[in-house]
Design a protein around this ligand. Structure first.
Ligand code: GLA
Length: 386
């Protein structure tokens, strides 16, 4: 169920009869650069018009509580010593953020908080990063610390690593926090240097096609991919001591040592180094407003993710093939971690409705599942709602 900013604020007022600080924190898309962030590469994400909203205020009775509208559940927080909990799972995203405030010595006064939003879960739109970033920002502002957003991004990522258990890269938290209206973020995940690139879509619309599946392996496979990349780096380091991550590796280097990169490690490394190079070219395409060239790279990325990195699935491959079979979709690919969630498509404006209708029908015929389509707009990142 979806909750709007008004729903969250109204619930807060109903429970506490006072005016809260309201913070909104968006989900994200990623145009290109998948599984490159934890390899020190480049990504091109953007924040979208779907968000998690937090209403928060100091508590008057020394007890800190968080109420989730989605789960209709209240959780009482131990402010002194936040630890991960078995249930409810949703609390861990927030507790990890709180742990960071405690560990870094930033005082948090007792609070009451209500949150909810409209980012579909499990669709690869980083609802979890939006929750972590929104809560980090809300706690920070409520307690008057005014930390730089970069610090809050790292605190949010820490929560995902240590309280949720996914060793994610920096992309999702960065995009949620730093997004700008109609701009794509071109982020160097090694230095965290970034710039905005205007997203001039003109004849095209960004459409997400949601497979509505989330294969259960997603988190463990994600951590396995990371380990495979690290294995590749360890092997290549023996020949090239300057190599710190796959960012420092070229395709030639990977090919030259193919025999040593055993098992799946060769394919994984090949994909990552190709993708890191591809994002740099794609960012030029975007600057030149060449969406046709950009779109071709999206298809290439999909092929790499599906065949070499093996994080796609039948449902995602099917949707990309549907797109490829027409001439109205400049580019399409699976987006995010993989094993389900959405494809991202650049579709000619006049063809959006017909493409969505035919694809829905074909998808239902093949999988018996109702695909959902979301038209997304690029918006600003985490901030106070006005
Ligand atoms: C997930 C992770 C990100 C990134 C993508 C794949 O969304 O949270 O850090 O690695 O997968 O690009």
């Amino acid at each position: 169920m979806d909750f709007s900013l008004q729903d969250v604020t109204r619930k807060f007022q109903e429970l506490y009869q006072t005016e809260p600080l309201v913070v909104r924190s968006p989900g994200r898309i990623n145009l290109i650069g998948e599984h490159t962030d934890y390899n020190d590469g480049f990504v091109m994400p953007a924040a979208i018009d779907r968000e998690t909203v937090f209403a928060i205020s100091p508590s008057s009775d020394n007890v800190s509580v968080i109420y989730s509208l989605k789960y209709d559940e209240t959780f009482t927080v131990n402010l002194q010593d936040p630890q991960p909990v078995k249930a409810p799972k949703w609390a861990n995203y927030l507790l990890g953020v709180l742990r960071q405030f405690v560990d870094k010595g930033f005082a948090v006064k007792p609070f009451r908080c209500v949150f909810g939003g409209n980012i579909p879960m499990g669709a690869g739109l980083s609802s979890s990063a939006s929750v972590e970033c929104g809560f980090a920002f809300a706690l920070d502002r409520l307690n008057g610390h005014n930390l730089p957003k970069n610090d809050l991004i790292l605190m949010a990522q820490w929560s995902e690593h240590h309280f949720v258990g996914v060793k994610c890269g920096i992309m999702d938290q960065f995009a949620s926090m730093m997004g700008a209206e109609d701009q794509v973020i071109v982020l160097d995940c090694r230095s965290l240097e970034y710039h905005y690139s205007p997203l001039a879509l003109k004849d095209y619309t960004l459409v997400l096609c949601d497979t509505k599946v989330k294969h259960s392996l997603v988190d463990s496979e994600y951590n396995t991919r990371r380990a495979e990349c690290e294995r590749g780096v360890a092997i290549l380091q023996q020949h090239y001591p300057a190599v710190k991550s796959l960012r420092d590796v070229t395709e030639d280097m990977v090919r030259a040592h193919a025999a040593e990169l055993t098992g799946k490690v060769f394919d994984r490394c090949l994909y990552v180094v190709q993708e890191i190079a591809r994002v740099q070219e794609a960012s030029q395409d975007l600057e030149k407003h060449n969406l046709t060239a950009f779109g071709r790279k999206m298809y290439e990325t999909h092929d790499g993710l599906s065949r070499l990195y093996e994080v796609s699935c039948r449902e995602l491959d099917f949707l990309v093939e549907q797109a490829r079979a027409t001439d109205v979709v400049a580019g399409a690919r699976m987006m995010g971690g993989g094993f389900g969630g959405c494809t991202i498509n650049l579709i000619r404006n006049e063809a959006v409705d017909s493409f969505v209708a035919t694809t829905k029908e074909a998808y239902h015929k093949t999988f018996g599942i109702d695909m959902e389509a979301y038209i997304v707009h690029v918006k600003e990142g985490t901030g106070v709602a006005h």
